[in-house]
Design a protein around this ligand. Structure first.
Ligand code: PSU
Ligand code: MN
Length: 305
């Protein structure tokens, strides 16, 4: 085991006994939602995972340690410090560990640390992808590259239309990442169940997801898998309302020349402001929905081993 990794006692015990574990990211806590809703949501997600028969492993970098499994106090610390904590992508983790600093793990670094610890399933809200205008800016999230390298299944609600979803699917295809749709043929777009784009495979049960991941692992294929789980109908937002907010946020980011790692947090915060509390409530509900499916899938996978 690498000398920078700390696995909590509960997660270590679960892994040792072959019990299902589900990873969770910390950027969604520090950069994705306002305090205290972020802390409340992070703790509720952990409970939902337990209720569905798995052990939660919230992942973060604290004082230069790669943490797999946080205490409620550590979750509170991340929620309270919010955007003052550095958003940590693949390029950041060696420097943060060497310097003994904190980092909020994105989908990329959560997958990396989950894999180091031996965790195979990870629930989140939305992933990063190819940004609109990427043909000029080359802004493509490291999340897509990580899905191509690291054998972890990420369960999300698709990606927000702050991205170019068509180009995101093209990139995933090139890098050999299977994109599954849970009980849908259509790629969901986070707040909305619809994008007009097709996933690679429709799956209708956690067992089916587990069996595809199992086949991938048995063959020794490198890379992970993306499961897209549409937001429950009752929490989905009106497409016109959400798309108008997204278009405005993207236009402001161009005007204000927001770049690099700041773009995604800027767009997320702006969309949340422009749509009031509605989008935050939808965001929370879809994360709960993904945590349930991830736990059921982790249980189904353990049953196959
Ligand atoms: N998209 C969301 N919510 C999020 C993120 C993206 O709808 O919280 C976060 C995740 O941590 C994701 C990261 O991995 O932003 C992607 O950032 P970037 O686009 O800079 O790669
Ligand atoms: Mn980027």
């Amino acid at each position: 085991m690498n000398q920078y990794l700390d696995i909590s006692a509960e997660v270590k015990e679960a892994l040792g006994q072959g019990r299902p574990v589900v990873a969770l990211e910390s950027t969604i806590i520090s950069h994705g939602m306002p305090y205290r809703k972020n802390v409340e949501t992070a703790l509720n997600v952990e409970n939902i995972i337990r209720e569905n028969g798995a052990v939660p492993a919230t992942i973060a970098i604290i004082g230069g340690r790669l943490k797999c499994g946080l205490t409620p106090d550590e979750i509170e610390y991340f929620g309270k410090k919010g955007r003052d904590i550095a958003k940590a992508s693949r390029r950041d983790i060696a420097a943060l560990c060497a310097r003994g600093e904190d980092g909020a793990t994105t989908v990329t670094t959560t997958m990396m640390i989950a894999h180091m610890a031996g965790v195979r399933f990870f629930a989140t809200g939305g992933i990063g992808g190819v940004h609109r205008g990427a043909e000029k800016t080359m802004d493509i999230s490291a999340d897509l590259e990580e899905l191509a390298h690291t054998p972890v299944t990420v369960i999300c609600a698709g990606a927000k239309a702050i991205l170019d979803l068509g180009l995101t699917l093209e990139y995933l295809e090139t890098r050999g990442v299977p994109v599954l749709g849970y009980r849908t043929e259509e790629l969901p777009a986070f707040y909305s169940r619809h994008s007009g784009l097709k996933v690679d495979y429709r799956v209708d049960s956690p067992e089916e997801i587990a069996s595809i991941f199992y086949a991938q692992q048995q063959m020794g294929l490198k890379g992970g898998m993306l499961v897209t789980n549409p937001i429950p109908e009752e929490y989905a937002m009106d497409d016109t309302v959400i798309n108008r907010a997204i278009d405005q946020a993207v236009a402001e980011s161009v005007e204000q020349r927001i770049q690099g790692k700041e773009i995604t947090p800027f767009l997320l915060a702006r969309v949340a402001e422009l749509t009031g509390g509605d989008s935050l409530e939808s965001n929370i509900r879809l994360v709960y929905n993904n945590a349930r499916l991830a736990s059921q899938t982790a249980c189904a996978y353990q049953a196959m081993l």
